[in-house]
Design a protein around this ligand. Structure first.
Ligand SMILES: O=P(O)(O)O[C@H]1O[C@H](CO)[C@@H](O)[C@H]1O
Length: 291
């Protein structure tokens, strides 16, 4: 492992203390924005924002569509922190680096993590532009031994062998579906299984067919490590995938996916995603229901 990727147990606290010295916001909800979805912080009131390069211990974003900024603010009166840009394994970060912010959020007092991502669909019934509420995930790198919890367990954060069944909070999923109904957008909202692959290449046809047979509804190159670390340290988790493309499953299909097209779809659904996240955060607040 590269030395810049090594994390000492007190590095999380150092970063959390620095952030607490720079902002008066004390967030209960953290949001991680997927590719092209950074606008989720646009509605924050009383913003304090920090480029990742200014935050001690933070990795840097290198992917287009990930601005690399941490934004604190109020969303309908609830204090939130939002990562405009996440870290991916394929960028060369260790998994402990890609998930570093999640433990910092825990130390800041965050109780709920909302993860979002751009993903390709395998499910035949899904359309580009659909929003998938994540019901569960398959962590392919994790199954192959690439897990952010590898190494000595830090008991301060959680147990050596954390359960992962029920990791995507049932009540939040149920409420999100209900909110989508009220917002009149149910026709393009799905609930399904996300699968993380390592990337950075998109899938071959044979890989796509394999994922489809395994029951994967949407595939991407992120999210699962963040969710594993969040669940390990007791955060409540909610996840949304924006379906930005259909994964090519036929050798006769001449279409192919590219990152620019992925970013374009983010613009198409930005308003709906923003509204859904805002309404969900508001619901948590009125139900005093962050944890
Ligand atoms: O998962 P997010 O960060 O949304 O990004 C998705 O979009 C990129 C591919 O276009 C990959 O990084 C994939 O994981």
């Amino acid at each position: 492992m590269h030395s810049k990727d090594q994390i000492c147990p007190d590095d999380y606290q150092k970063t959390a203390s620095w952030l607490q010295s720079q902002t008066h916001h004390r967030p209960k909800v953290a949001i991680i924005c997927g590719s092209g979805l950074g606008m989720l912080a646009d509605d924050f009131k009383c913003q304090d924002s920090f480029p990742y390069s200014d935050i001690p211990g933070f990795p840097q974003s290198t992917v287009q569509g990930h601005a690399g900024r941490l934004v604190f603010g109020e969303l309908k009166g609830k204090t939130c922190v939002c990562m405009q840009g996440r870290f991916h394994m394929y960028e060369g970060h260790s998994l402990s680096k890609t998930t570093f912010p999640v433990r910092v959020f825990k130390l800041l007092g965050v109780e709920t993590l909302i993860v979002t991502n751009a993903a390709g669909s395998l499910a035949d019934s899904y359309q580009v532009g659909d929003i998938m509420i994540i019901k569960d995930h398959i962590n392919f790198p994790g199954l192959a031994g690439l897990n952010p919890l590898n190494g000595p367990n830090d008991d301060k954060f959680g147990p050596r062998f954390p359960p992962m069944s029920g990791v995507y909070d049932r009540d939040l999923r149920k409420m999100a579906l209900e909110l989508c109904k009220r917002m009149g957008v149910s026709q393009f909202v799905q609930e399904g299984v996300y699968c993380m692959v390592g990337g950075p290449n998109f899938e071959t046809v044979a890989e796509a067919r394999l994922l489809h047979r395994l029951g994967v509804d949407a595939v991407g190159m992120s999210t699962a490590p963040e969710v594993v670390v969040a669940s390990h340290c007791g955060l409540r988790v909610f996840g949304l995938s924006l379906i930005t493309n259909k994964v090519v499953k036929s050798y006769d299909d001449t279409e192919s996916v590219n990152h620019d097209a992925v970013l374009e779809v983010g613009k198409l659904r930005s308003q709906t995603l923003q509204s859904l996240v805002t309404e969900l955060v508001h619901w948590m607040d009125i139900n005093n229901n962050t944890a």
